[in-house]
Every structure is written in C-alpha cells, then in structure tokens.
Design a protein around this ligand. Sequence first.
Ligand code: SF4
Length: 398
Amino acid sequence: MTGNLAPWPLLDLDVAKIRAGGIKPTPLQQFILKVHSRCNLSCSYCYVYEMADQGWRGLPKRMSRATADATVERIAEHAGKHGLASLEVILHGGEPLLAGAEWLTELVKSLHTHVPTRVNVSLQTNGTLLDRPMLQALKRLGIRVGVSLDGDAAATGRHRRYVNGRNSFDDVAEGLSLLDSPEFREIYSGILCAIDVHNDPLATYEALLTFNPPALDLLLPHANWSCPPPGSGYAHWLISVFERWYSAPEQQTWIRLFAELIQLVLGQPGAVEGLGLLPSTLVVVETDGSIKQLDSLSSTYPGAADTGLHVGTDTFDAALDHPTTVARQIGVNALSPQCERCSVMEICGGGLYPHRYRSGEGFRNPSVYCDDLMRLIRHVSDRVLSDVAQLSTARFPR
Ligand code: SF4
C-alpha cells in the first residue's frame, strides 16, 4: 500500500468490531449509474477528468447493454431482499445524455419492469444537449432533470468550457429555457452550482434565479487537506446567499443546503450526504460495471472510490461491509476527536467525506472546510432560533 492511500478506514477501521457492537449496515437506496464515461465539455474543476483519479481513461465510453442488465438485476435483488419501499436511480457521467435517448429508454423501461419497488429516476446533465426531442424522451420516461451551471455567462465561462475553450453558457441557457417551459417544467428538478468565490455570490444567485429553478444545489469545490480549496471566504459567500434567500418576502427557490441546515438546527434528521450524521445510502456503478463509492472520492487519490466489486459477480450487499461504506454509515463513530468535541457536530457531521482526506492518514479528520462550516452553521442557527423565539413570544405572550 503506498503513502497516499487511506490507512483510515482501509487499514484501521475494524468492521467486525463495529458489527459486533450492534451497528448494522443500512441498505443502499441511491444508485448513481455512470451510463457514459465521456463528456462533451472540459470543465477545469471536474473531479472525473481533472483531479487525482484518471481511471476514466480505461473505461468503456457507454455502459454495454449486458452491464446495464446486470446492474438492473442487482438493484432489483437489493430492493427485494431489503423490502425497500422506493429507491433513487441517478443517471450520471461523464455526460449521461451522450448515451442517447434510445439507450436511456431501454434502461429506464428495464428498471421499471424488473425492480419490485418504486424507482424514481433522475439525471444530472451539463445541459448542452437538452433539445426538444431529448426532453420529449425524458418526459415520456418520467426522468427528472438537473442541470449544472455556475451563474451568469462570466461565472460559467471560468470553468465550464468546451475542449476548444468556448464558453458553454449560451447552449446551457437555451436548454434551461426549454426545460423551464410549460411543456417540460414538470421534469425540471433544479440547478447544481459549484461555488467559485471569485464570482460575486448575489450576482451568481440572481443569475441562477433567472432560470426559475425549483431547487438549487450549492456545492463546495472538492478539496482536502492535501489539496486545499481554491481561494477562501466560503462562509462569507454562502452567508450572503443565505441572507438574500432567507429574507426574501417569498421563497423563490428551494436551496437544499440551507433547507437542510434549518431542518438540522431545529433538531430534525438531515437527508443529504455531507451534513448531519445519518448513514449514507449512495453507491455508484461505473460504465464497466464496477461498483464504486461516492464518486467525488476520485478527487482524493487514484482508486479511492474502488471497492473491487462488480455487478457481474457481486451483490450490492457485498459493498455494505467495505470499510469505506462502513465509514460513511457509522455517523459519529467515523469522526475525528476534534469533530466529536465540536459544538455543532450533530449538524455538521464532519462535512462531506472526501473533504476530510489527508494523505498518509486518510479520512478521520475534520473537513478541510471546518472553519467555513462552523461559521455558516452558527449564522443559520442564530438566525433561525432567534426567529423561532420571536414567533413563540408573539403567539404565546407571557
Ligand atoms: S465544524 Fe469542523 S470540527 Fe465541527 S463537526 Fe464540522 S468539521 Fe468537525
């Protein structure tokens, strides 16, 4: 084992002891299928192509029909064995629309035919290939569509460009306008924006609002202690957007990060990976059928997302006892001593798992965004709890 792998959890987490202690595995419920491994954009921050793990180079471009069938069979087996009431399948890439409407149709029909539970299918796209025929096919299949965009033309042009350097903004804007039209609005799930602190937060938010997204995901750039974040001031950036969103007379969109934080501040369990302490139920299947961990682990070191398992030979249950899956499911037991003592630990949960990585140690560290998370959580908490206190004083005066 070389120095940049992860002694924790790969060597030091005692899975047998965890199980003997009564912590059972949680069945997987979110299946990310990488249906096409290539992309028609060349985004500078992409964790698939531009970061530590260059494993994509050896992958088939499109998932073969045989691999797709084996994947559906494994999902069906997992859903049946664990009696899942519903599950999510997220079509991803590369760029998943490069797989083509016909191929996607066959896959989704097969999922609905063979999986013995409700399957909610969504797709995350760069938005450049969203023309009317493609959207009509996605609508027929009931696939909900999320689009990645970083803000206005200047913000998007910083990173989201074609190989020849051309900004993708105009093409994405065209696709988003069509997706937001009455014909397709029902399958529009939202916009995913990777934060760049060089872009003005409010201008970014306003630019994204022009596309009327039902939901907005604001993502911290993938970084860790051995590959620090680009720039600083993430808490300030997020608090600016939070204040604009929270103070608006009417809610203009649903910002998942803030909605989740409010829920956690009010003592409710969180639902997304990267906040709170609930077990992760997400797994990835590559175009070659290999079963992988959280995709963004590719940003830490080559092979970090590998499990050594394959849909042709292994069940998804086999992935549940992999040390990395266990680490992502055991909540506070996976946290560093600093996180264990932290006053906002139950809300933060140590941050997104890949952001905890340090070369030579692994993943038992606070998030590289620890200071920003702490400031953001305290701000949201103060704001929400003071409003709740005011509200109860107004309704129940002493
Ligand atoms: S704020 Fe920092 S110390 Fe606290 S739980 Fe989050 S990452 Fe850990």
